[in-house]
Write a new protein. Structure first.
Lengths: 372, 319
């Protein structure tokens, strides 16, 4: 009997059958089409790291022209909304949550400034929400710089000052930062979840016996199962790409080819991870739970998508090196925002390549030994 | 095709860790036979079949399937056998046509040939519904026949059926066995496992298995003769207390086997004289008749292997 190795026709037969399953299964379709839409809407519109409309309670014990101008500076900045101070003073307002920040202007504020002197003004901030507090503190230097000249009525020469310019994302637009990273979450979750179910479903149905009783090779089954889901996931990524470019106006500075290469590597790693889960568990329900956990948590929390990897505790910083989404995130942001080339992204690409090759081999090996 | 026997199995064993699932099994199956495996759950029937389909590699011993061995990892065997497993192997969410196309694709059948085979098989099983019927909407018996068609698409020489009629309505079971006879009529060999005694009666030869071992092999008639050389009586106590008579009968000389069958008892003896002596003590009103032992009696005697072991049998029946 001739023993041919990998046969494309058999792999194609498996792939064609998988496509039929997807077309017939509302859950898979909803997941594949709905998840990218949902995530883009969620992260594109609802989540905005820019903090606006900060309620500011002012205790003005001066009432002079300079104090008035200072208040105008805050309200005209676009970030703050001045609120009337009720009984209990600004601190009471902070306590009760009616204000997020408070400004205390000393009695002789205007007089001192007009006399050319320096005066301290106290700014109190609700620190219980540190993300918000961090953003608010970021606004203060700008207001201070803008205010100094206007309040003193003349140019003030500081010994030195920082002139900050943000490269790649000049306006620090949080969508520019978030939306390119969404591909990492979508690939991670979708690819793992979709493939995690496929092999387990065959075992549960008993149809695995049919596959095994034919001359089909494990590698052919695997290729036939990965290809359709790979296409489905890449379609999701393409959708996110279109929305981020057309709706959110996110720039794409780098090479599309490089971005596709990064996507393919990460997709391979994620699909293999899903397949591995499926082969090991053999049960759809367990596979699904493991798929969600291992697909969502790393890509959402440990990839740098929301929380910077650099500020993680040392253990997690090293741990993330084992996670494909972390490297994909670095590559994706580098390509889209910075226009980085392969030379600059050598480390993420190398890591991604190694991890996806490793994951693929692991899944294949487990699959083969399981079937034989 | 070659003219080697369908199966030539010698000292076949398979171990999973410390557990010996199949233990030194030897038998030969001729071409065109209906060969049945009978045994309780876990007796090793399915494992034996899975080895012979090339799904498992034996630990020791040899097996030639249609003259082919395991040198290529069972790939050659897979091309000449058809296998229908215990579980329903078609995809419920796909149509009949899609399922058969998939089976054909896995075996790299030429589309024109697959179409021709599909027509032949539909004729054979009497399937007249459209190809676009969703499998989930077909009745259980028809599904099973379709699964058989999918397993036979590549025109295999030898067809393995693992409990093909479990969970199928009695009328469909009879139809399925009619189908098996038609298949062997085409010169194919059918190897089948079953729980049902009436199905086992329809096999040309039966292999009885217990805990991985082959304990008896022969036609139903041969098995009955070897298990019960003497006569068998069916005793109906007609309402009198079994406790008054049965314990005495159990001790009777020449009793080979005593087991309850519903309200009646089957008692096998070594000879006619022993039977007459034992039955002379029957209580008033009770009746007895000489019967031909059924395969069920053989199964009880050989597989459960305990004299009067109806507790074990009841357990098996409740499974």
């Amino acid at each position: 009997m001739p023993v041919s190795s990998f046969n494309f026709y058999r792999a194609y037969s498996v792939a064609r059958k998988e496509v039929m399953h997807v077309l017939r299964d509302p859950f898979t379709l909803v997941l594949a089409l709905g998840l990218p839409v949902m995530l883009v809407t969620f992260f594109g519109y609802a989540i905005d790291y820019e903090v606006k409309n900060i309620t500011l309670a002012v205790s003005d014990r001066d009432g002079g022209p300079a104090a008035r101008r200072l208040k105008e500076l805050f309200s005209s900045s676009g970030y703050f909304r001045l609120v009337e101070t009720g009984p209990g003073g600004p601190v009471g307002m902070l306590d009760s949550g009616r204000a997020a920040a408070a400004l205390f202007i000393k009695p002789d504020f205007s007089k001192t400034i007009q006399g050319g002197g320096a005066v301290e003004t106290q700014f109190v901030l609700d620190g219980s929400d540190n993300a918000k507090a961090g953003a608010v503190i970021g606004y203060l230097p700008g207001i201070q710089r803008a205010g100094q000249a206007r309040l003193a009525g003349r140019e003030i020469r500081e010994p030195f000052s920082f002139e900050t310019r943000f490269l790649y994302n000049p306006e620090l637009n949080s969508r520019w930062f978030t939306v390119p990273g969404l591909a990492a979450v979508i690939i991670g979750l979708l690819a793992i979840l979709l493939t995690a179910l496929t092999v387990a479903r065959e075992w549960e149905n008993g149809s695995m016996e049919l596959l095994l009783s034919t001359p089909v090779r494990p590698l052919e089954i695997m290729a036939g199962k990965l290809a359709p889901y790979g296409v489905l996931v890449l379609a999701g990524v393409f959708f996110v790409y279109l929305v981020s470019r057309l709706v959110f106006g996110v720039p794409f500075a780098g090479s599309h080819f490089l971005y596709l290469a990064a996507c393919l590597l990460y997709v391979t790693a994620s699909l293999s991870q899903g397949l591995f889960i499926s082969v090991v568990t053999r049960q759809q329900q367990v596979a699904m739970q493991l798929g969600i956990i291992s697909g969502l948590l790393p890509s959402l929390l440990l990839s740098g998508f929301i929380f910077p990897v650099e500020s993680m505790p040392p253990f997690f910083r090293y741990f993330t090196m084992l996670l494909p989404p972390r490297w994909f995130m670095a590559a994706a942001r580098g390509i889209t925002l910075k226009g980085a080339d392969l030379g600059e992204l050598a480390v993420p690409f190398l890591a991604l390549g190694l991890l996806s090759a490793g994951m693929l081999l692991l899944a294949l090996k487990k699959f083969k030994t399981d079937l034989e | 095709m070659n003219h080697a026997p369908a199966l030539e199995v010698k000292g076949l064993s398979i171990k999973f860790g410390d557990f010996t699932a199949v233990d030194e099994v030897s038998f030969t199956v001729r071409r065109g036979e209906i060969f049945g495996f009978l045994g309780a759950n876990g007796a090793g029937k399915t494992t034996t079949i899975r080895i012979l389909c090339g799904l498992l590699t034996p630990t020791s011993g040899s097996a030639l399937v249609g003259g082919l061995g395991f040198e290529d990892g069972g790939l050659g065997i897979k091309t000449i056998v058809g296998y229908m497993s215990q579980k329903f192997t078609l995809y419920n969410d796909l149509t009949v046509g899609e399922n058969l196309d998939f089976a054909a694709g896995l075996r790299k059948l030429d589309p024109a040939y697959a179409k021709k085979r599909r027509k032949e098989l539909f004729e054979l099983i009497g399937f007249h519904k459209p190809l676009s019927s969703r499998v989930s909407q077909l009745p259980g018996g028809i599904k099973q026949e379709l699964a058989l068609a999918a397993a036979m698409l590549h025109d295999p020489e030898i067809i393995f059926l693992d409990e093909p009629t479990s969970g199928v309505a009695p009328a469909s079971r009879a139809r399925f066995w009619e189908l098996i006879r038609r298949i062997t009529g085409l010169g194919k060999t059918v190897i089948v496992t079953t729980h049902y005694m009436d199905e086992a009666e329809q096999c040309g030869r039966i292999a009885l298995m217990r805990t991985g071992r082959l304990i008896a092999l022969g036609s139903p008639e041969e098995l009955k003769k070897s298990a019960f050389p003497g006569p068998m009586a069916e005793i109906d106590l007609e309402g009198s207390d079994p406790k008054a008579f049965i314990p005495g009968l159990q001790k009777a000389a020449g009793l080979l086997e005593l087991s309850p069958h519903g309200m009646r008892w089957h008692a096998a003896f070594s000879g006619k004289a022993a039977m007459d002596a034992a039955l002379s003590a029957l209580p008033a009103g009770a009746t007895s008749a000489v019967i031909k032992p059924s395969l069920e009696d053989v199964f009880i005697r050989l597989v459960e292997g305990v004299r009067g072991g109806w507790a074990a049998r009841r357990q098996a029946a409740s499974r």
